[in-house]
Design a protein around this ligand. Structure first.
Ligand SMILES: *Cc1c(COP(=O)(O)O)cnc(C)c1O
Length: 809
């Protein structure tokens, strides 16, 4: 841990400002301070980084590599300060120099290199790996444009490009000398060597250089610095690419541009598959550079025969996006390391492990055969061979599954099925919450489970309590530490000791005070962002996540409309004031999701200015939901809306973040909500609606008719008619598409079916909230059990069950 004092830090800051910027403290901007402070932190990090790499090498430890198309890391200055043990003195130093630390931290652009939960999980995992002394590193893509920036204009989502690299990014180091060449297109020629083995030569390939940019990943006050390596696509030097020196300038520029496109932008689809060739290029670009890198490090560091790769290397593939790792590893082992098929296959299937993140059919990745054949001819040959051998093995060894071959084959009906490729080529397949893994085993991947029962296992997601409690909610962290000491910071499960105090009125009051202070801060932010005043004594009811039909923001806003209609009919109702807070980005091509955003904003524009409502109801849509905004909202949440259609949300992690900050979950029996329920018990959570079996039964056997509910429930009919007839809307805005989706597509996500139970859950929650002691008892109980969802726990399970890696001592 760093020995610096606040005074040392002030002196260092002054010196940095002068030597690097030529400014004095008195004239420095927040940005100057940000860069100076980042530079000081880097000075602390660099020697530890070097030491960590050396120690791993000396100890010959097995390494895990986490391959992911997304890393949603957010801002790093504050978390790097926290993990280096400098956060408190940095805050002190900044205040002393007349700066506001929050404003300084806010100078950093979010690294938005992910869409949502999947990318944020990867970021939390890196934090836990380093904090637990595990040799584990991330590989991803350095997109020049991250996830789009969202603006709301006249209620509509508008997307702006996120050029986050416009200004220098202080955490990255370019490592040009460690670049690799990636090859696309071209022809493959096969030769027989003298020993009878086959040699593959590529001709006329398009070569792309993958240049690594390394970002340090700091463990919590433990001297460990692991690496997140992000690849950037660049043209290969002419000589290397075998091109003519004097090709045309404009042709070159065009060529350069098309290469740089590969790491140009992040595809903005969450839980949705987009079959664009550029996306496939991105996937192979990530996989090929990372696997080449892993093999080179293995050979350099361990000096073992390549056949012993599985003893020292394990690769986790985050969803199917990097599943070309299977044929790419085979290619390198056979074509470059000259192993035969069986040996290469034995190694590959002992190195790769696959995490499944969803059972939504629209998310299932399949690529047209010709696209892979044309873009990656050698990789296609290998996939084809994997498929042949796999299908044969079913035919001969699993006769009972013969007629299932079309549903199991890696290549079927002209398409390559990436999940099937990942399952066949990995030694481990895991789901991300208990119910999700069960659904994989019993339904989605039933036949694969019959074939490979030992591959399947569950690893419930987690979140790093360092960022999501210690950093974002210092006040709550202090109250916790005053009550139970500070051991929970290293051992988050010790939060359970809070249970001893869940009836201690004085302490509950302190928790209440902290929550109220956090709500005041958020209320200020809301006012500053939207001009709307919200009552900080009202219930802060929060739904923040990507906008998706299955997440059912629509159910939430229907409930708001219902409350509004009730208040209009009876303005003197005695109700607890409520503030409904939304944050959500929709994929730019997802029409219905954008309509729902527009509906939420339209409802907000009516409710918030209606004098009859008298401030009892407010609706706030905060634009551009990202990690930094989540960090502002979560500490202030009273109610955590986790209301997905049961069976659809694989796990969720937003649910865990809010629980850890004392919000009470109002949700369905879905994903990790079920595990929250099991821990806190029915008295400390509000559960409603269909369960997964009921939903799956309706999907399989029918029996649900949305129109029946429309016809019989006056409250529902009123809302839908208001949408359809433009009554509910200034300027007569209509929401016919939503109306039609519910009534003519039979409400595919059971919004109407769950409407009544949802209202009842809200009524219970409102009543519970009125009794401060009851409520705070619920809140503290949730915090107490939340240690179970620290990603430290999750990572320990991955490490022992799947990766078989050891902590560095
Ligand atoms: C945690 C997080 C998510 C995931 O939220 P869910 O509610 O689990 O879908 C998405 N986006 C951001 C920015 C997050 O921090």
């Amino acid at each position: 841990m760093s020995q610096l004092t606040a005074n040392d830090l002030k002196e260092k800051l002054k010196k940095k400002l002068i030597t690097e910027k030529g400014v004095e403290v008195s004239t420095a901007s927040n940005k100057d301070i940000y860069y100076a402070l980042a530079s000081i932190v880097n000075d602390e990090i660099m020697p530890k980084w070097y030491e960590t790499i050396k120690r791993y090498q000396d100890k010959n430890l097995k390494q895990v590599y986490y391959l992911s198309m997304e890393f949603l890391i957010g801002r790093l200055l504050e978390s790097n300060l926290l993990n280096s043990g400098l956060l408190n003195i940095a805050k002190e130093a900044l205040e002393d120099l007349g700066f506001c630390s929050e404003l300084v931290f806010a100078e950093e652009r979010d690294a938005g290199l992910g869409n949502g939960g999947l990318g944020r999980l990867a970021a939390c995992f890196l934090d836990s790996l380093a904090s637990l002394y595990y040799p584990g590193h991330g590989f991803g893509i350095r997109y020049r444009y991250g996830l789009f920036e969202q603006r709301i204009i006249h209620g509509n989502q508008v997307e702006l490009p996120d050029y986050w690299l416009k200004e220098p990014y202080p955490w990255e180091t370019r490592k040009e000398e460690e670049a690799f060449v990636i090859q696309f297109h071209g022809k493959v020629h096969m030769f027989k060597r003298n020993d009878g083995s086959l040699e593959f030569k590529y001709e006329n390939t398009d070569k792309v250089l993958a240049v690594p940019y390394d970002i340090p990943v700091l463990g919590y006050q433990n001297e460990v610095v692991n690496t997140l390596r992000l690849w950037s696509a660049e043209p290969v030097a002419y000589q290397e690419a075998g091109q003519e020196e004097n090709s045309e300038f404009y042709h070159d520029l065009d060529h350069q541009h098309s290469i740089e496109q590969i790491s140009g932008f992040l595809y903005p689809d969450d839980s949705n598959y987009e079959g664009k060739e550029l996306r496939l290029k991105q996937q192979y670009f990530l996989v090929s550079s990372s696997i080449q890198n892993i093999i080179r490090s293995f050979k350099k560091n361990y000096r073992l025969p390549i056949s012993r790769l599985p003893e020292k290397v394990v690769i986790q593939i985050n969803d199917t996006h990097p599943s070309l790792a299977v044929p790419e590893l085979m290619r390198i082992l056979m074509d470059e390391e000259r192993l035969d098929w069986d040996t290469a296959w034995e190694i590959t299937t002992h190195v790769l492990a696959y995490t499944n993140h969803t059972t939504l059919s629209e998310a299932l990745e399949t690529w047209p055969e010709e696209m892979i054949q044309n873009l990656l001819p050698r990789i296609y040959m290998i996939i084809d061979e994997i498929n042949e051998r796999f299908c044969k093995s079913i035919w001969f060894d699993h006769k009972e599954l013969r007629d299932k071959i079309p549903d199991l084959a890696v290549i079927a009906c002209g398409r390559v099925h990436m999940a099937r490729l990942a399952i066949v080529g990995s030694f481990s397949v895991n789901g991300v919450a208990r119910i999700h893994t069960e659904i994989l085993k019993k339904q989605e991947m039933k036949d694969f489970y019959t074939l490979f029962p030992n591959k399947f296992n569950n690893k419930t997601n987690g979140i790093t309590h360092r960022r999501w409690l210690l950093q974002v909610n210092p006040k709550l962290s202090n109250v916790i530490s005053e009550a139970i000491g500070t051991q929970w910071i290293k051992r988050p499960k010790q939060l359970i000791s809070l249970l001893k105090y869940s009836n201690d009125k004085a302490l509950l009051e302190k928790f209440d005070q902290v929550k109220h202070e956090n709500k005041k801060i958020l209320a200020n932010y809301i006012h500053q962002q939207t001009g709307i005043l919200v009552d900080d004594q009202s219930i802060f009811d929060v739904q923040i996540k990507r906008l998706h039909e299955y997440k059912r923001q629509l159910l939430n806003i229907f409930h708001v409309i219902y409350l509004y209609n009730e208040l209009k009919a009876n303005p003197n109702q005695d109700v607890t004031p409520r503030t409904f807070i939304f944050g959500a980005k929709a994929a730019p091509s997802y029409h219905l999701a954008k309509e729902i955003i527009k509906l939420i904003n339209t409802v907000a524009s009516i409710v918030n200015y209606d004098k009859d409502i008298n401030g009892k109801l407010k609706v706030i849509f905060l634009e551009n939901y990202n990690v930094s905004l989540a960090e502002k909202i979560i500490p202030a949440a009273d109610i955590s809306e986790q209301i997905s259609t049961a069976s659809k949300e694989a796990s969720g992690t937003g649910n865990m973040k809010m629980m850890m900050n004392g919000a009470v979950t109002l949700g369905t029996m879905d994903g990790a909500n079920i595990e929250i329920y099991d821990l806190v018990g029915e008295n400390n959570i509000f559960i409603f609606g269909l369960n997964a079996d009921e939903v799956l039964d309706y999907y399989q056997n029918g029996g649900y008719n949305a129109r029946d509910i429309y016809n019989t429930d006056d409250r529902v009919r009123l809302i839908l008619d208001q949408l359809n007839q433009g009554e509910f809307g200034i300027h007569n805005i209509e929401f016919k598409d939503i109306f039609y989706n519910i009534l003519y597509h039979n409400d595919p996500y059971f919004v109407l079916k769950d409407f009544e139970p949802y209202l009842e859950a809200h009524e219970l929650a409102e009543r519970a909230y009125r009794n401060r002691t009851t409520w705070m008892n619920m809140s503290v109980t949730n915090i107490a059990y939340s240690g179970k969802f620290s990603s430290d726990q999750t990572i320990r399970e991955y490490a022992t069950d799947i990766w078989k890696i050891k902590q560095m001592d």
